[in-house]
Design a binder for this molecule. Structure first.
Ligand code: 8YV
Length: 320
């Protein structure tokens, strides 16, 4: 039986399946692995089931490494040094598709929540500061009929566009390095524009759905935020480093844009302190895929990748 080390607790049902199929070492107290623990895992297991909280850096791929596959739990794989994995012939897999809908739901939640000021309202009410209804109380921004700009029209970007267009009557504009399939643009009555700089001034809401590649580091910086409408909102359920968090904090403080909804941060679990003081930003702790159904499906997708890999086949979600 191949030896598999799982770096965090997973849904119980998936841990059971893993234990039946492999010689599994589970992380019973669910602590985040230290670098030394990751190094030890690399030396002692055939497979490492990692997550976003594990920085799989180049030095781990030393001559002592026994690991042959990093079967990551999550669609994003920016926590893994893919180049080193390739160089050392270590397979890396992710878990696409199964988290698309729940992540798009969370993006829509953030969009609605920051437009309608629900988190701000809840804080006021819990503080005991609500003095009763009046016509000017916590008025927000209408969503219906507004323009949503999607940066990155992959699976999650398209799933959000579907919800926003068909469910909330939003107009969709998008930017992607690749041509979006004409039938998707037709279905969404969407317009793909040639550059981010063309996209940003068009939007009432901007939602990020691109990967955290080196090219996308601080893709949304002070200048790009400055290109947005003053009444616009920024939503990020992709990855923190795509946005210059301090620049966003400054822009929200000076009300250069109306608001933001964030699920991801540059240095999780830390958040730029200034953001915590602002009412015009909705902050949630990396919840994109956090439903039981999706987390179970993500785990089973990892199991499938491991099964196929150890059967000598091509794992379905190979990233290397
Ligand atoms: C995961 C995510 O919960 O899949 C991703 O890329 O951001 C989240 O859905 C997390 O990354 C687990 O590794």
């Amino acid at each position: 039986m191949p030896k598999v080390i799982v770096t965090r607790r997973w849904p119980e049902s998936v841990e059971t399946v893993l234990s039946e199929k492999f010689e599994v070492v589970l992380n019973v107290d669910d602590h985040a692995f230290s670098h030394a623990e990751l190094a030890l895992a690399f030396e002692s297991a055939d497979a490492l089931c990692a997550t976003v909280t594990d920085a799989i850096s180049s030095d781990l791929f030393g001559p002592e490494a026994r690991v042959k596959i990093i079967a990551s739990f999550g669609v994003g794989f920016d926590h893994v040094d893919l180049e080193s994995a390739r160089e050392h012939g270590v397979a890396v897999t992710n878990t696409p598709d199964v988290l698309t809908d729940c992540t798009a739901d969370l993006a829509m939640t953030l969009l609605l929540s920051c437009a309608r000021r629900t988190a701000e309202g809840e804080r006021e009410l819990r503080r005991g500061d609500w003095t009763g209804w009046c016509p000017t109380h916590l008025v927000g921004s209408r969503v219906w009929g507004k323009t949503l700009a999607i940066v990155g029209m992959g699976r999650i970007g398209v799933a959000l566009a579907r919800r926003a267009h068909h469910g909330f009557g939003m107009r969709i504009v998008c930017f992607d390095l690749y041509d979006v399939a004409p039938d998707i643009l037709r279905e969404l009555d969407a317009q793909q524009v040639a550059s981010l700089d063309e996209l940003l001034p068009m939007a009432d809401f901007v939602s990020l759905h691109c990967p955290a590649t080196a090219d996308n580091h601080h893709l949304i910086n002070a200048a790009r935020i400055g290109a947005m409408k003053r009444t616009a909102f920024l939503i990020n359920t992709a990855r923190g480093p795509i946005v210059d968090e301090q620049a966003l904090c400054d822009a929200l403080t000076s009300q250069r844009i109306a608001g933001a909804g964030l699920d991801v941060y540059e240095a999780e679990p830390n958040v730029v302190p200034g953001l915590l003081k602002l009412d015009n930003v909705v902050l949630v702790p990396h919840l994109g895929s956090a439903t039981l159904e999706t987390r179970e499906a993500m785990g089973l997708r990892v199991v499938e990748n491991l099964d196929r890999f150890f059967a000598g086949e091509h794992p379905p979600d190979l990233c290397t």
